[in-house]
Design a protein around this ligand. Structure first.
Ligand code: SF4
Length: 67
Protein backbone atom coordinates (compact mmCIF):
# COMPACT_ATOMS: atom_id res chain seq x y z
CA UNK A 1 0.00 0.00 0.00
CA UNK A 2 1.19 3.48 -0.75
CA UNK A 3 -0.11 6.99 -1.27
CA UNK A 4 -0.16 8.42 -4.78
CA UNK A 5 -0.76 11.98 -5.94
CA UNK A 6 -2.28 12.41 -9.41
CA UNK A 7 -0.20 15.15 -10.99
CA UNK A 8 -2.93 15.82 -13.55
CA UNK A 9 -5.48 16.62 -10.84
CA UNK A 10 -3.20 18.52 -8.45
CA UNK A 11 -3.90 22.26 -8.47
CA UNK A 12 -0.97 23.20 -6.24
CA UNK A 13 -3.16 24.38 -3.36
CA UNK A 14 -0.61 22.95 -0.87
CA UNK A 15 -3.42 21.99 1.51
CA UNK A 16 -1.96 18.48 1.77
CA UNK A 17 1.42 19.92 2.73
CA UNK A 18 -0.12 21.79 5.65
CA UNK A 19 -1.77 18.68 7.13
CA UNK A 20 1.08 16.21 6.66
CA UNK A 21 2.76 15.61 10.03
CA UNK A 22 5.72 13.94 8.36
CA UNK A 23 6.53 16.80 5.98
CA UNK A 24 6.44 14.18 3.26
CA UNK A 25 4.89 16.40 0.60
CA UNK A 26 6.48 19.33 -1.18
CA UNK A 27 5.59 21.49 -4.16
CA UNK A 28 7.68 21.00 -7.29
CA UNK A 29 6.81 23.18 -10.27
CA UNK A 30 3.43 23.91 -8.68
CA UNK A 31 2.51 20.26 -8.12
CA UNK A 32 2.50 18.23 -4.92
CA UNK A 33 5.19 15.58 -4.84
CA UNK A 34 5.34 12.86 -2.19
CA UNK A 35 8.52 11.57 -0.55
CA UNK A 36 7.50 7.96 0.07
CA UNK A 37 10.43 7.45 2.44
CA UNK A 38 8.87 9.95 4.85
CA UNK A 39 5.20 9.01 4.38
CA UNK A 40 3.67 6.94 7.18
CA UNK A 41 0.42 6.28 5.30
CA UNK A 42 -1.85 7.96 7.86
CA UNK A 43 -3.92 9.39 5.01
CA UNK A 44 -4.48 12.85 6.48
CA UNK A 45 -3.66 14.39 3.12
CA UNK A 46 -6.43 12.52 1.29
CA UNK A 47 -9.46 14.46 2.63
CA UNK A 48 -7.40 17.66 2.68
CA UNK A 49 -7.07 17.72 -1.09
CA UNK A 50 -9.78 19.88 -2.75
CA UNK A 51 -9.23 18.07 -6.06
CA UNK A 52 -9.33 14.50 -4.71
CA UNK A 53 -5.90 14.03 -6.28
CA UNK A 54 -4.53 11.88 -3.46
CA UNK A 55 -5.47 8.29 -2.80
CA UNK A 56 -4.24 4.97 -1.50
CA UNK A 57 -2.92 2.59 -4.09
CA UNK A 58 -2.41 -1.12 -3.61
CA UNK A 59 1.11 -1.94 -4.76
CA UNK A 60 -0.01 -5.32 -6.00
CA UNK A 61 -3.26 -4.39 -7.71
CA UNK A 62 -3.70 -6.35 -10.87
CA UNK A 63 -0.18 -7.80 -10.81
CA UNK A 64 -0.08 -11.35 -12.06
CA UNK A 65 -3.83 -11.99 -12.19
CA UNK A 66 -4.27 -11.12 -15.86
CA UNK A 67 -6.79 -8.35 -15.27
S1 SF4 B 1 -0.44 9.79 4.22
FE1 SF4 B 1 0.12 11.08 5.99
S2 SF4 B 1 2.38 11.02 6.05
FE2 SF4 B 1 1.75 10.29 4.02
S3 SF4 B 1 1.80 12.12 2.72
FE3 SF4 B 1 -0.31 11.91 3.48
S4 SF4 B 1 -0.43 13.17 5.34
FE4 SF4 B 1 1.76 12.82 4.86
Amino acid sequence: MRIVIDQNLCCGSAKCIKVCPENAISLVDGKAVLDEAKCDLDGLCIPACPKSAIEYEDDYAGVGCGF
